[in-house]
Design a protein around this ligand. Sequence first.
Ligand code: AHG
Ligand code: MN
Ligand code: MN
Length: 326
Amino acid sequence: MITLAQYLNEHSANAAVSDLITTVTEVGKTISQLLQKGALADILGEAGNQNVQGEEQKKLDVLANDMLLKALAQNPHCAGVASEELDHATPANKDGSLLILFDPLDGSSNIDINMAVGTIFSILPYQRQGHSSEDQDFLQAGSQQLAAGYLLYGTSTMLALSVNDKVVMFSLDPDSGDYLLINDHVQIAADTSEYAINASNYRYWRKPMQQYIDEVIAGETGVRGRDFNTRWVAAMVGDIHRILCRGGLFTYPFDTKYANKAGKLRLMYEANPMSLLIERAGGMATNAVTRILDIEPTDIHQRVPVVLGSKNEVDYIKQLHIQHGE
Ligand code: AHG
Ligand code: MN
Ligand code: MN
């Protein structure tokens, strides 16, 4: 079988990118081991403080963040690190050619109940080599990403990755400690009857999203003429993984639940890297109307509505928004 190291050697055009991915995936092995021990490693529960997003941090949010930050800051190719959990980006080696952004632990509410969580990462070029990096340097559209991926700590630990025009998947072999290639061409079917949404926010959505959900719930008795099915992992990594495996739609749409938050998910740490994977696997990724990868960021922590997955379903939602003049 092909190891991650062999794959990167053959298929990544940028040795620095490969090196950064290796750093992330090595830390991922440690996070995976800690999760396997769970309560026995004292990693469950609250850390007792809030992050920059105003969210209560779990012990593992902090632990994963610190391990990734420490390892990446020591990588000579890394000019700076931005994390969902830190107020500002951390400058690293000013001669490095790359910036990295990550959500160290996605799906935090799943940690304490022994359910799937993950790590999401995005790699951008660094334009000001020789100078110390600042938050501003990270404000690049998702289309500029050189690579993106996630680690899913589920019943097994898996890595989904794109370093070229393809999406590939690896499974961590607990015996050898190697990530082994299990799918060298991930593709998402254009049609689907499966969708993921937290429907408890229904009353906060815009009209077109409410209409979409009304239609799929009506199933074969409504305009869609067929039944749909819901799945919600509460960890974006889990939902995106399912979509890469068997298609589907995932949305965390615009809502008015909290003032000044255009939805829950973060553009730089969640939406951009996942959109890169989804598009390169043949799917579509929008904020309901606009392509996510074209959004010019204004803040490293900005939030964005997300609608992504099987192409025809994402496009259907886009048309509903256009019809409603959104
Ligand atoms: P995080 O744990 O990094 O804060 O992200 C959680 C996100 C995302 O992974 C998931 O899809 C969503 O929040 C779940 O939101 P609800 O709790 O509203 O269902
Ligand atoms: Mn997250
Ligand atoms: Mn997180």
